[in-house]
Design a binder for this molecule. Structure first.
Ligand SMILES: [Ca+2]
Ligand SMILES: [Ca+2]
Length: 205
């Protein structure tokens, strides 16, 4: 009997602290800076949502976000509700055709991602681009994995390199969020309740 009660308490505790991580993808396919509970805002540069077939904008195979005319181009990503998030990966592009005719030297040579931890401090990684932008989904965009970008309150993506790094392209920002978990007080109340119930049962016998 006693072990059964302990089992129940244990199961209850396990259930309460279970983290439910939901993953999501910001695709920019709807042409909006607000998507999947996040707001993407410009820190430097203007937004162009790259529809397919626009010969000025390198393509990921689907509509993407081109950050244009920044010094350098830079964006901020934040949850609309202030909820913390983990960044997992993103697709990045030069934003402009670096090596050939269209605005040579204005495209980014890489993208620097900074994640700001809710507890203070930050994490930063630089991702060099391949400098190929030929309006070909296989070449324009590369996928970059983000390691350790967890429990962030916000993140920035900033271009570097080139003459002014005034543009870059971004798509498919992959994130996850951890569902709200029961606080310690809830757990204590739950455990005390079960124990009280158990004590009463033992008294009855
Ligand atoms: Ca897209
Ligand atoms: Ca490229």
């Amino acid at each position: 009997m006693k072990s059964k009660i302990l089992q129940t308490v244990f199961a209850g505790l396990m259930l309460s602290v279970c983290n439910l991580a939901n993953a999501g993808l910001i695709t920019f396919d709807a042409g909006s800076p607000i998507e999947e509970g996040f707001t993407i805002s410009s820190l430097s540069g203007s937004f162009l949502f790259g529809e397919l077939g626009n010969s000025n904008i390198p393509t990921s195979g689907t509509p993407s976000l081109l950050v244009n005319r920044g010094t350098p181009a830079s964006i901020n990503m934040q949850s609309t509700t202030g909820e913390l998030f983990n960044l997992l990966s993103f697709f990045g592009s030069e934003g402009r055709n670096i090596n050939t005719s269209f605005f040579p030297r204005f495209g980014a040579e890489g993208i620097e991602v900074t994640g700001y931890f809710a507890t203070g401090g930050s994490i930063q990684s630089r991702f060099d681009l391949d400098l190929i932008a030929e309006f070909n989904p296989l070449l324009d965009f590369q996928k970059f994995d983000l390691i350790g970008f967890n429990d962030l309150s916000r993140a920035t993506f900033t271009a570097y390199g080139a003459t002014s790094a005034y543009s870059f392209g971004i798509d498919n920002i992959e994130f996850s969020q951890t569902a709200q978990v029961a606080g310690p007080s809830t757990l204590v109340i739950f455990a005390l309740g079960i124990m009280g119930l158990a004590a009463r049962r033992f008294k009855k016998r």
